[in-house]
Design a binder for this molecule. Structure first.
Ligand SMILES: Nc1nc2c(c(=O)[nH]1)N[C@H]1C(S)=C(S)[C@@H](COP(=O)(O)O)O[C@H]1N2
Ligand SMILES: [Mo]
Length: 903
C-alpha cells in the first residue's frame, strides 16, 4: 500500500513553482479594505461596503495554503475500497468510515482563509473512489458524444495539448450544507452536514464550451449530461446542466485537472472533473468519463433522486412513491441560494466579560448562487427588530486586477472582464462586549444582487437541501464570561442550541427558534420511550472492577457488562435462545450495543435476575473507550483460518448483489483472505452489523448464510428485503443492507444459536446431544435459510440415514427461495427426502398443495407425535405468526416442546 501521496509529476508542472507571491493572511477582518475617508458618516462608511476595487491596487491575489506533506492513508480506511487514498485526519466523517463524506471543523476551515487546502476541502463521495495510478492519468480517456456533429474521444494529454488552459477561483458548496439543522427539526433522507460543507480552491482546466464547440452540438440539443467513473448501486454517478450555460463563458464551467496548482487528489476527481461555478457541488462531476449532449435532462438515477428540493409537504414515507414528483425538473437544484454562517465566535467559545477586550470581531462567510454577488450582510442582536450592516471583503476581486495574460499554474486567470462571482466572501462586524452581554443571540443574514435575502424560517424538504435561514448563535451569560452556542454540530456530534431546545420541549418551527412565545402553551418535553425497562436489581450493591470483569471472559462463569452494570450469564447458558456461544462471545466485555439492539423487551426484563454488580467509574470509562475490543483484536493478529470471531466484529467487504426475485437478493462478501472459511457450524447463525445511513445507529440482526460450510474466501447471505410501503415501514436492516454500495464493509460476529447438526443424525442442542432419525422442517419465506443448511448437510452425505420432510410455505411460486437447489437434491434421495411447497396464492397452473401450513396439512403430512424416544425433531423457522400457529397445532397433536426447535 502506498503510504504517502506521491508527487504530481505526471502533469506538466510549469506553474507549481512559477509563483512566489506572498501568502495572504487568514480570512479575518484584515481582508476588508478600508476605503473610508474621514468625512464619511459612520453609516456611509459602512455602506461603502468595502466593494470598490478601483480605489485600491493590491499587489497580489490569494494563493492556497500549503498542503500538509505528511498525509497518508489512514488506518480506518485500510479495510475500505478507499484504502489507496491519503487523507487528513482532521476531516469530520459524516457517514461513518465509508463512503467518505467529510467537512473540516468550521474554525479550521475559516482560518485557512479564502482558499482551502486540499487537506481540508470538504469531500462528498457517493461511493468508493476510483483508483487511478499516477502513470495512468495522462492517458485517462473521456468522450463527448450524443447530439453532436463530431463526437470526440480524447485523453487528458490531448486536453492539455490542444486546448487553452484557465485557472479560476471557485467555491464549491454541497447542496446539503447546514443540513444538520433540518435533521434536528425533522429527520430528512440526508446525512448531517454542519456549516462547513463548502470550500474554495483554484481550479485549472479547460472551459467546457471550448470542447463543445469542437464537437458542434446539433439543433435541438439543450442539455449536457456528465458521467463519472464511480459505479454506484444505481449506476454511474451522473447529472446534467443546460447546454446554454455550458456555452456561456461568463458561467465559467470547467473540465479541470488541477486543484490549487496540483494534480487532482483522488477524493476530488483524480484525474479529471467538471467544476460548475455558482451551482451546487452535485453538478461538478468527478472522475469524468462522458459528456453527452442531449435534448432532455439526464435520466441518471442520481440526477433524479438527489440534489432536489421537493415541496415541503412531501415527507420521507410519501417520497418513496412519487416518481413523477422526483422527475419534475422544476425541483432540481442548480444555482446555489444565498447563505451565510458565523464562524467566530466558534461553538462553545468563551469570551471574558471582564478584562481588557472591550469588543469582539464577529465574523463568518457568505455566498450567493449563479454568479451573483453578495451585496449586504446584516447582523441582529434582537431577533430581527434591528439590524447592523457588516463589512464584507471579496478576496475574489483581487484576481480581477491581474493583467489579461497572467497565468497561474499554467492557466490564464482570465478574470478582468468577468463580473460574476464564483466565490464566497467574508463578513465581519466588531460588536462591544456590553452589547453582546445584553443580547440573547447573534443572527446573520445575507442578501444578493437580486435582493434575495435569507429567510428567517427554514424551508424543510425531504432531502434537506439548500438550508439557509438566518444563522443563529446563542449567547449564554456565565460567571465573568460569555459562552457562544452554534445551532448544531456536524454528524452525530452532540451540541448546539437546536437539540437543546428540542429536548426541552421547544417547537423549533414556531417561528421563534423554539422559544416559548408569549401566550403560547408550552409543549411537553420530548417523551422518552414510553416503557423504560429496568435492567438492574436494586438490591445489588457490589462494585466491580474491569479486572474482575475480564477474569470472567472465558467459558466458565461468563460475565458481561451492559450500560456499566455487570451480569453473570452462567445460569442462563442452557436456556439462552441465542445459545451459550453468544454469551461466551460477550464474556468479559461491554455488550451494551448488541444486547440492546437485538433483544426484545421481554429479554431485557429478564436481565435483573442476572445482575451482580456495577462497574466503578474508571472501569466504565475504559470499557466504553473500546479498549477491551482492541485487546481482543490484537490477540488475533495474523491471517486466521476462519473468519468469524465470537468476541470481535470482523469486517467483510460487500462484493456482489444478485437479485433473485422482486424482493430477495444474495449478498456476497469477501472474507479477509481467499483461503479463509467462515467457521460457521451447520445449523448456527451469525450476526451482521450495519450502521443506519442517516443516524449511524447500529443495526444488528442474526442471519444464516447459504454458503457451503467449506467455501473459501466468500460468504453468501440470502436476504429478503422489506421495502417501505405507503402503509408500512419496511425493514431497517434489510433496507440499509440493500442501500450499501459494492465495496462497502459489513461487520460480522458469531457463531450464535443453540442448535448444531453434527452429521449422521447427531445434533447438539445447548449442551445436550441427541440422535435424530427424522427431521420435520417447517419453514416459510426466508426462514428456509437455516433449514437449508441442515438439509444440505444431510443430503450431501449419501450414507446419512436421516429422513427429512420439508414443508415450505410461500405466497406464490416465484417467492420460493432456493427452490432449484432443493429440487436438485431429490434425485437419488427419494427414500429419505420429501419436499412439499404449499402456496397461499398460487397461479392456476400450480399442481402442488395450496393454502398455508395449517392443521390439515400438518395432520396429513406430519401426524401425531408417534415416537416417545425423541427420534423425530421438528425444526421451525419463519415469520412469527407461522411459527406460533405451527407450535399450537403440533402441541394439540401431542408434540412436546423439547421436540420442537425454533430458529
Ligand atoms: N463522480 C462523482 N461526482 C461527484 C460526486 C460523486 O459522488 N461522484 N458527488 C458530487 C457532490 S454531491 C458534490 S457536493 C461534489 C463534491 O466535490 P468534492 O468532493 O471535490 O468537494 O462532487 C460532486 N461530484
Ligand atoms: Mo453535494
Amino acid at each position: 500500500m502506498e503510504a504517502v501521496r506521491s508527487s504530481t509529476d505526471a502533469l506538466p508542472k510549469e506553474a507549481s513553482r512559477a509563483l512566489t507571491l506572498p501568502p495572504t493572511p487568514p480570512a479575518t477582518a484584515s481582508h476588508s479594505r478600508d476605503v473610508s475617508s474621514d468625512s464619511d458618516s459612520d453609516f456611509e462608511r459602512e455602506v461603502k461596503g468595502r466593494h470598490d476595487p478601483s480605489s485600491v491596487k493590491p499587489a497580489a491575489y490569494p494563493l492556497p495554503p500549503k498542503t500538509r506533506p505528511d498525509i497518508a492513508v489512514l488506518p480506518e480506511d485500510f479495510k475500505t475500497p478507499d484504502n489507496h487514498v491519503p487523507r487528513d485526519s482532521r476531516l469530520i466523517r459524516l457517514t461513518g468510515v465509508h463512503p467518505f463524506n467529510t467537512e473540516a471543523p468550521l474554525s479550521e476551515l475559516y482560518d485557512e482563509g479564502f482558499l482551502t487546502s486540499e487537506n481540508l476541502h470538504y469531500v462528498r463521495n457517493h461511493g468508493h473512489v476510483p483508483k487511478v495510478e499516477d502513470d495512468e492519468t495522462l492517458s485517462w480517456e473521456f468522450s463527448i458524444e450524443g447530439m453532436v456533429e463530431h463526437p470526440i474521444k480524447l485523453t487528458l494529454a490531448d486536453l492539455l495539448k490542444d486546448y487553452e488552459q484557465v485557472t479560476y477561483p471557485i467555491t464549491l458548496v454541497c447542496a446539503g450544507n447546514r443540513r444538520k439543522e433540518q435533521n434536528v427539526v425533522r429527520k430528512t433522507k440526508g446525512f448531517s452536514w454542519g456549516a462547513a460543507g463548502l470550500s474554495t480552491a483554484l481550479w485549472t482546466g479547460v472551459v467546457i464550451g471550448d470542447l463543445l464547440k469542437r464537437a458542434m452540438p446539433k439543433r435541438g440539443a439543450k442539455y449536457v449530461c456528465l458521467e463519472g467513473a464511480d459505479k454506484l448501486p444505481n449506476g454511474y454517478y451522473g447529472t446534467s446542466v443546460k447546454l446554454n450555460w455550458a456555452m456561456d463563458p461568463n458561467r465559467g464551467i470547467l473540465v479541470a485537472h488541477k486543484m490549487n496548482g496540483e494534480a487532482l487528489h483522488p477524493d476530488h476527481g483524480k484525474p479529471l472533473r467538471v467544476v460548475v461555478p455558482g451551482q451546487i457541488g452535485g453538478r461538478s462531476v468527478k472522475w469524468l468519463k462522458k459528456i453527452i449532449v442531449t435534448a432532455a435532462p439526464s435520466d441518471n438515477w442520481y440526477h433524479i433522486y438527489d440534489n432536489r428540493v421537493l415541496p415541503t409537504m412531501v415527507d420521507p414515507e410519501m417520497s418513496a412513491n412519487l416518481p413523477e414528483t422526483w422527475k419534475d425538473e422544476r425541483y432540481a437544484i442548480y444555482d446555489l441560494n444565498t447563505n451565510s454562517a458565523t464562524c467566530y465566535p466558534a461553538h462553545n467559545e468563551k469570551v471574558p466579560t471582564v478584562g481588557t477586550a472591550k469588543s469582539y470581531n464577529v465574523r463568518g462567510y457568505a455566498y450567493a448562487g449563479g454568479g451573483k454577488r453578495v451585496t449586504r450582510v446584516e447582523i441582529t442582536l434582537d431577533k430581527g427588530k434591528t439590524w447592523s450592516l457588516a463589512n464584507i471583503s471579496y478576496p475574489e476581486d483581487d484576481y480581477r486586477l491581474a493583467s489579461d495574460d497572467e497565468t497561474l499554474y499554467g492557466g490564464r486567470l482570465d478574470m478582468s472582464w468577468r463580473e460574476s462571482c464564483f466565490c464566497w466572501c467574508f463578513w465581519d462586524l466588531t460588536i462591544s462586549i456590553d452589547s453582546l452581554a445584553q443580547a440573547d443571540d447573534i443572527m446573520v443574514r445575507a442578501m444578493d444582487e437580486s435582493m434575495m435575502v435569507q429567510p428567517r424560517d427554514m424551508y424543510w424538504s425531504v432531502l434537506g437541501m439548500m438550508n439557509n435561514p438566518w444563522f443563529r448563535v446563542v449567547i449564554h451569560k456565565e460567571a465573568h464570561e460569555l459562552r457562544f452556542e452554534h445551532p448544531t454540530q456536524p454528524a452525530l456530534m452532540p451540541g448546539g442550541w437546536m437539540e437543546r431546545v428540542k429536548k426541552a420541549g421547544g417547537n423549533l418551527s414556531n417561528g421563534y427558534w423554539g422559544e416559548t412565545v408569549h401566550g403560547e402553551e408550552p409543549s411537553a418535553a420530548e417523551q422518552e420511550p414510553a416503557i423504560e425497562i429496568c435492567l438492574v436489581n436494586k438490591d445489588v450493591k457490589r462494585t466491580i472492577t474491569i479486572d474482575e470483569l475480564r477474569q470472567h471472559s472465558g467459558e466458565t462463569e461468563p460475565w458481561f457488562a451492559i450500560n456499566g452494570e455487570v451480569y453473570d450469564g452462567t445460569s442462563y447458558l442452557e436456556g439462552h435462545p441465542g445459545g451459550a456461544t453468544s454469551i461466551f462471545g460477550a464474556a468479559g466485555q461491554d455488550a451494551s450495543e448488541e444486547f440492546l439492539a437485538i433483544h426484545s423487551e421481554n429479554a431485557k426484563a429478564m436481565l435483573p435476575q442476572y445482575h451482580i454488580g456495577t462497574l466503578d467509574d474508571v472501569s466504565r470509562a475504559i470499557l466504553s473507550s473500546g479498549e477491551v475490543a482492541s485487546v481482543n483484536a490484537a490477540d488475533n493478529e495474523g491471517p486466521r483460518a476462519t473468519f468469524l470471531q465470537s468476541k470481535v466484529w470482523t469486517k467483510a467487504i460487500l462484493s456482489a448483489k444478485k437479485r433473485l426475485s422482486s424482493d430477495t437478493k444474495t449478498f456476497t462478501f469477501e472474507l479477509e483472505h481467499p483461503s479463509q472459511t467462515t467457521g460457521l457450524p451447520v445449523g448456527k447463525h451469525l450476526m451482521m452489523r450495519l450502521r443506519d445511513p442517516v443516524t449511524r445507529e447500529a443495526i444488528i440482526r442474526s442471519y444464516t448464510p447459504i454458503s457451503e460450510i467449506d467455501e473459501q474466501g466468500k460468504l453468501h447471505v440470502l436476504v429478503k428485503i422489506y421495502y417501505d410501503t405507503p402503509e408500512r415501514k419496511g425493514g431497517k436492516m434489510t433496507q440499509a443492507l440493500d442501500s450499501i454500495p459494492i465495496g462497502h464493509f459489513v461487520d460480522f460476529k458469531g457463531p450464535t444459536g443453540r442448535f448444531e447438526y453434527l452429521g449422521r443424525g447427531m445434533c447438539s442442542i445447548g449442551a445436550a446431544q441427541r440422535k435424530v432419525k427424522r427431521f420435520i422442517m417447517i419453514c416459510g419465506g426466508s426462514g428456509i435459510t437455516p433449514i437449508f443448511q441442515v438439509l444440505r448437510a444431510v443430503m450431501k452425505e449419501a450414507e446419512d440415514p436421516t429422513q427429512c420432510l420439508v414443508l415450505n410455505g410461500n405466497r406464490a411460486e416465484e417467492d420460493i427461495l432456493l427452490k432449484a437447489e432443493m429440487d436438485g437434491m431429490i434425485a437419488g434421495n427419494e427414500h429419505r427426502f420429501r419436499l412439499l411447497h404449499t402456496l397461499s396464492r398460487p397461479e392456476a397452473s400450480w399442481t402442488g398443495p395450496r393454502g398455508r401450513i395449517d392443521a390439515e396439512l400438518l395432520e396429513k403430512e406430519v401426524g401425531p407425535c408417534a415416537d416417545p424416544d425423541g427420534d423425530d425433531l421438528v425444526l421451525i423457522c419463519g415469520p412469527e405468526p407461522m411459527e406460533k400457529s405451527a407450535h399450537a397445532i403440533l402441541g394439540k397433536m401431542g408434540w412436546k416442546d423439547e421436540d420442537l426447535m425454533f430458529f
